[in-house]
Design a protein around this ligand. Sequence first.
Ligand SMILES: Cc1ncc(CN)c(N)n1
Length: 215
Amino acid sequence: MNYTDQWHQAVLPTWQASFDHPFITALHDGTLPEDTFRYYLIQDHHYLTAFAALHEAIAEHLPADQAQVLLALNEGSGEDTIRDKMHAELGITATDFATTPVAPTAYAYISHMYYQLNEVNPQAAVAGLLPCYWLYAQIGAHLAKLTSPKPLYQAFFDAYASDDFTTSTNQMLDLVNQTAAASSPDVQTQMATAFKRSAVYESHFWQMAYQKERW
Ligand SMILES: Cc1ncc(CN)c(N)n1
């Protein structure tokens, strides 16, 4: 079994908690209040801004060929275009982003990823990015085919079931497995820990949005 499958096996209950979260089930059956989705999109914009910056920062510490893959991934998943359409549909503006503080869980997740880079090592930081790709690709693949009655929510699942996002996820999986294979056992353990913590934060992120968490 490759490294990422081992780490995935080790976090299965946490991973499943995201699939079963009421935010996801309500998105799927169309009952999620629009203002809850709006809250999610604004927080996720904060998260994705930091996530893109992290790709750049981590790439500076990787061997050139791996850095190139990470930078290309940062350009190419197509997520921004879909999000722009959703923001427009819900009337979310640049002012909303600027005036809405990053909520505690989003702040903690972003801080965790920077901690991996600044206090652990770039390998752990790369592993910490993976659940963001992989979990959403799996949720998209699973739920897009079940069809939400609300087109906006269906578009969310479709985006993550798309060929572009699946390809990006597979490239990220390859990058993380190659990085792990070239690392010492101690670093592999640090990578597994970073992956696990990101998976935990992914499940908490739905809850943050569901309860519209505030400071
Ligand atoms: C919190 C979070 N995790 C993952 C994804 C998918 N890139 C996302 N948009 N937001």
